[in-house]
Design a protein. Structure first.
Length: 104
């Protein structure tokens, strides 16, 4: 998927996929979603996601009276990307090359 946002192209084909997350509910649940965190060659972070009608990725239906399956790309700052990772309890080993961590 490619999307032009604020004069920059975000492309899942050329960016590095860092990790992915799938909602802990059945695929046929309207809340279900899948998201992947990417980083571009220039160090810009973004999410590529898809989901049901009650997910953050939902889109307005053609008739304009509801929401259905949707997908898209959302740009994240490095701090927001790290928060996204922390909130989803992603394995540190899979992300440590992309973030600076301090040993506690």
């Amino acid at each position: 998927m490619k999307k032009l946002i604020e004069g920059k192209i975000y492309n899942t084909e050329t960016a590095i996929e860092i990790c992915e997350y799938k909602a802990p509910c059945p695929v046929n649940d309207f809340h279900y979603f899948e998201e992947s965190l990417f980083v571009t060659k220039r160090g810009c972070f973004f999410l590529c996601g898809e989901g049901g009608g009650l997910s953050r990725w939902s889109e307005t239906t053609v008739d304009g009276h509801g929401h259905g399956y949707g997908f898209g790309i959302q740009v994240l700052s490095k701090d927001s990307a790290l928060k996204w990772v922390e909130n989803r309890d992603i394995d540190v080993e899979s992300i440590q090359d992309h973030f600076d961590f301090i040993e506690a």
